[in-house]
Design a protein around this ligand. Structure first.
Ligand SMILES: [Zn+2]
Ligand SMILES: [Zn+2]
Ligand SMILES: [Zn+2]
Length: 154
């Protein structure tokens, strides 16, 4: 008789595979379980098709696509891929966020971009990391609609 069985729903075991308290940052697109003041770091993004500025020293200066002169790197020789990153700050540094009202005005369509979900609801954007080489736009997953967030000042 059915009444003797306590029917266990299969959803119970599925739920346990998802770690508790795991959240997705809608700024840097990292899944996180711990948040702290500098957990969220978004690097500047450089346009690889853009012509770098030639300096008197013969070096080349690249300006970031997102922040222009606020994020620059120096390449020792064109095409050498040897960059000096000394003065490069992060495009954003702060705590992760899951709140749209916090991040809405920071979206620039270049380095800080909106979540884009696939059919199973997973965000397809790359989590970009600040490291010893510049991040170029080809590493970023761009989608339709990103252009609308660019160049707010016209
Ligand atoms: Zn930037
Ligand atoms: Zn984040
Ligand atoms: Zn995301």
């Amino acid at each position: 008789m059915d009444a003797y069985y306590s029917r266990t729903q299969p959803t119970r075991s599925l739920a346990s595979t998802m770690p508790a308290g795991r959240e997705h940052c809608i700024r840097c697109h990292k899944d996180f379980s711990a948040n702290y003041p500098s957990a969220c770091i978004v690097p500047h993004v450089f346009d690889s098709r853009c012509d770098p500025l030639r300096l008197y020293s013969g070096e080349f200066q690249w300006m970031s696509e997102c922040c222009g002169g606020y994020g620059t790197v120096t390449e020792e020789e064109p095409g050498s891929g040897v960059f000096r990153m000394m003065e490069l700050t992060a495009c954003y540094r702060g705590p992760h966020t899951t709140r749209k009202d916090v991040v809405r005005l920071q979206y620039n369509g270049v380095s800080i971009i909106r979540c884009k979900h696939n059919r199973s609801g997973k965000c397809i954007r790359n989590h970009l990391t600040q490291r010893s080489r510049p991040v170029f736009d080809k590493e970023v997953v761009y989608c339709d609609g990103d252009e609308q967030d660019r160049h707010h000042d016209g």
